[in-house]
Design a protein around this ligand. Sequence first.
Ligand SMILES: C[S@@+](CC[C@H](N)C(=O)[O-])C[C@H]1O[C@@H](n2cnc3c(N)ncnc32)[C@H](O)[C@@H]1O
Length: 275
Amino acid sequence: MKIKFFSPAFSVFFHINMAENADFSKLDSIASRKSGGENLYLRFYQAKMAQNPSAHRFSDPSLDEKEREALTRWNRDRDDRTSPLNLQLLFAFSVPSRQALDLIVGLKRPLVSVGAGVGYWEFLLQQTGCDVLAFDSNELYPEGLRYIDVKKGGPEVLVSHGERVLFLAWPDADESSTLSTDCLNHYKGDAIIHVGELFGETLSSNPWGQSTSREFQLNLGEHFRCVTRMQLPNWPGHMDTLTLWRRLPAAVDCDGAMFHYVHPPQKRYWPECSA
Ligand SMILES: C[S@@+](CC[C@H](N)C(=O)[O-])C[C@H]1O[C@@H](n2cnc3c(N)ncnc32)[C@H](O)[C@@H]1O
């Protein structure tokens, strides 16, 4: 699809060429979407965003209704299998970048994912040799859409996987979901990777974002500290990041001031990244 929204002609030419590098016929089957372990989703993301660099403006109040409607439709068109919404359903809500996957692999820790959906991030991680267990209630996504063996299970499985890093990507569909909070209550391990939006980093009218509930984030902040943050490739309307959280040990009295000790990771902030 070649659509022009608010773009200068030269960039449209450039972006259409980029888009043509992405072979959307690979969406046809789970085997071709797996693409031998290549991060096909990132390629599709880059192609789609190159097609329509103004897509992020869909909520700009200065747009007239027709423009907003066109951008919103481009983003959420259920009849276009290449729409961002359909790609998110086929792969994952957040797009994994090479650097994000490397960061996780670099931890050299086994992972447990709950609310894995079709397990795309988990699949890419497994391809690099990472030990990942994935669980989901498996009621939303049929088996044929899954990239790996996503076992049936919920937060309760975490009780016996405290030695693993908990991987949570967009677990809560809305504020009424208790999945993230239940995971936090059951998880006894020392580290959590959160993929999605967090308090204040969102364009949603809900300040807590679109990925985890207010209750979860308050509990997370109370018992864990964010030690690494990496921007992800953001779909229109997303301000999603990958963050690594470490469980807090007891605070220590340092000349009258109480401090926790968390061994710092190699790098606290990472820029946006792509391939
Ligand atoms: C919004 S989707 C996110 C899927 C995927 N992690 C992603 O980032 O695209 C939330 C997932 O949580 C799962 N889920 C919701 N409640 C659950 C529960 N109590 N136990 C296990 N999985 C649950 C749903 O089936 C769904 O696959």
